[in-house]
Design a protein around this ligand. Structure first.
Ligand code: OGA
Ligand code: MN
Length: 212
C-alpha cells in the first residue's frame, strides 16, 4: 500500500518566500495576486472609500495613537475578517494558506493578524520607521499588497524603500507599488519608508502577522 504525506506538500512559491526571508529578511512576489484578484480587491477598496470609511492614519498603536502629517499622510480602514467581502475572503484565504505554511515549516507561531486598506493621496508619504511599538512587540512579519494599476511608474513615486543594513553602511532598495505585487518583511528588523506619491492616489492592503 502507498502512503502519501498529504499533511505536508511542498509549495514552490512559499519555499521561495521562506528562502528570501532567511537570506535577506524580505521577499517580493510580483504575482501573488493575478489581474482578476487585483480587480476584485480594488473594487472592495473602492466600496469602502465610497462609504466614507477611511480615517486619517495615526502613529502609535490603537490604544495610544496620534496623528502627525509630517510622519505619515495616508488614510486607512481596518478590515474586519468576520464581515469580509468576497474579495476579502479570497485575500484572507491566500494569506491564511501562507500563514499555515510558515507556521508548519518555520515554527513562527503566528496566531493573530491585522490588515488595513491604505490610500496615499498625492503628496503624502510615510517617513522612515520600524513597524513595532514600544509597548507591543508581537508584530513579526509585515505584508504589503499593492492595488494600483499595472502602469505605475517611477515618476508616480510612492516607492517602498527598504533599508538593508550592510556592514557599517546600508543599501536602500526601492520597490514600486505595482498591481499584484506583495512585499513581506521582518517587522522588527527592517526600517522602511513610503516615498512621496506623485500620482493621484496609491492603493494597498497592509498588515501584520503577529505572535501571541
Ligand atoms: C506601513 C508601511 C508600506 C507601504 O503602513 O507601516 O510601511 O508600502 N507601508 O505601503
Ligand atoms: Mn511600515
Amino acid at each position: 500500500m502507498i502512503f502519501k504525506d498529504i499533511a505536508f506538500e511542498k509549495n514552490a512559491l512559499y519555499e521561495h518566500i521562506i528562502d528570501d526571508l532567511l537570506e535577506q529578511k524580505y521577499s517580493v512576489i510580483d504575482t501573488f495576486f493575478n489581474h482578476q484578484e487585483v480587480a476584485l480587491l480594488q473594487n472592495s477598496l473602492q466600496q469602502v472609500y465610497e462609504n466614507d470609511k477611511f480615517k486619517k492614519a495615526a502613529i502609535g498603536n490603537r490604544t495610544n495613537e496620534e496623528i502627525d502629517k509630517t510622519i505619515r499622510g495616508d488614510f486607512i480602514y481596518w478590515i474586519d475578517e468576520q464581515k469580509r467581502s468576497p474579495a476579502e475572503d479570497m485575500f484572507f484565504t491566500k494569506v491564511n494558506n501562507l500563514i499555515d505554511y510558515l507556521n508548519r515549516t518555520c515554527f513562527l507561531g503566528i496566531l493573530q493578524k491585522e490588515f488595513h486598506y491604505a490610500v496615499y493621496p498625492t503628496g503624502t508619504f510615510y517617513k522612515r520607521h520600524l513597524d513595532t511599538f514600544q509597548n507591543d512587540d508581537r508584530r513579526k512579519l509585515s505584508i504589503v499588497c499593492y492595488l494600483n494599476d499595472e502602469d505605475w511608474t517611477v515618476e508616480d513615486g510612492g516607492q517602498l524603500t527598504i533599508y538593508m543594513p550592510y556592514g557599517e553602511s546600508e543599501t536602500a532598495i526601492d520597490l514600486l507599488p505595482k498591481a499584484g505585487r506583495m512585499v513581506i518583511f521582518e517587522s522588527q528588523e527592517l526600517e522602511h519608508e513610503v516615498k512621496p506619491v506623485n500620482a493621484p492616489e496609491r492603493w494597498s492592503i497592509t498588515g501584520w502577522l503577529k505572535t501571541r
